[in-house]
Design a protein around this ligand. Sequence first.
Ligand SMILES: [Zn+2]
Length: 332
Amino acid sequence: MTSVGLAKIPPGGAPVFAAPGGPREYLIHEGVLLGFDSREGNFLEVVNTCNDVVWVRETDVDVIPKARSAGPAGQANLARATIVVDPGHGSRDWGGVGPTGLSEKDVNLDVSVRLRDLLLSSHDVNWTTGDVVAGSTVPAVDAVFLTRDPAGPLDGDYELGLAYRSHIANTAGADAFVSIHHNTVPTADPEGPGSEVFYAWSVEDSDRLASLIHQELLLSFQDFDVDWKGGVIRGARARIDPETDTDYYGLLRRANMPAVIVEGAYISEPEEEALLRTDEFRQAYAEAVYRGIVRFLTTPEFGEDVNEPELFTSSAGTASTSSCVVPEQPDD
Ligand SMILES: [Zn+2]
């Protein structure tokens, strides 16, 4: 019996219980993924989309057992790899907003879907120009899970807790966990793109994953001629909470595989918001992250611009789930 994996909610939804054998609490919406890492008989202990520990019955869900590792990063078998892609924010947690109203949550979801589609097909890649075309030299990965998916409830526009997101990656057995975001409030005028990629300080090799994705972002974005904005520190970064001496970002702190948060462009800036409205830029973003993941898994390469971890204390960025609502299956 599988005791770690994902429970996909099938058509019609699935009842959720506060305890094994206890009364039914609600019917969770079809298409939602729930991670489980223990069981009692037929009941699976899951973390719901609002970070609550609850239970579902194995017979009510589609079980996807935790994937085996595709091998050590650097020499992994790409065709056996499992990747979890996390579109940042959702629903009333919309993240950053551009000057003309573009929401980060929507761009994050679109870039994530493009990344998923790239990972699930085989390609030829020109590593010098970054061009990605249909081909056979880079195989498709085995599985990609989106933490929120347009095929799910509300076209994928629902709120997710940070613990939920990391729990999906951990229980899926992901070889890499990539969260897609965009930045706001620049503090510098860099020559090129102000992209930043935060790595999990607590997980070995996360800095390498971040550095490769950052290098590929610069390659993809150099073709776009805008007045880039950025922060004082760019590249691969980590933030450590000095009180706990652990990763500041809960998403990265809870991940048990190489994990990064990608901040592609500054949605708060007019020129970058305009870029983010285009298919070309979104695809360039997705292709950059795709190339970074492929290099990370299949080569020992390291990118540039890796910054030492920074001590960081702030209440900003600590996402609250107080408004979080679990998507429930509507009555027919
Ligand atoms: Zn964000």
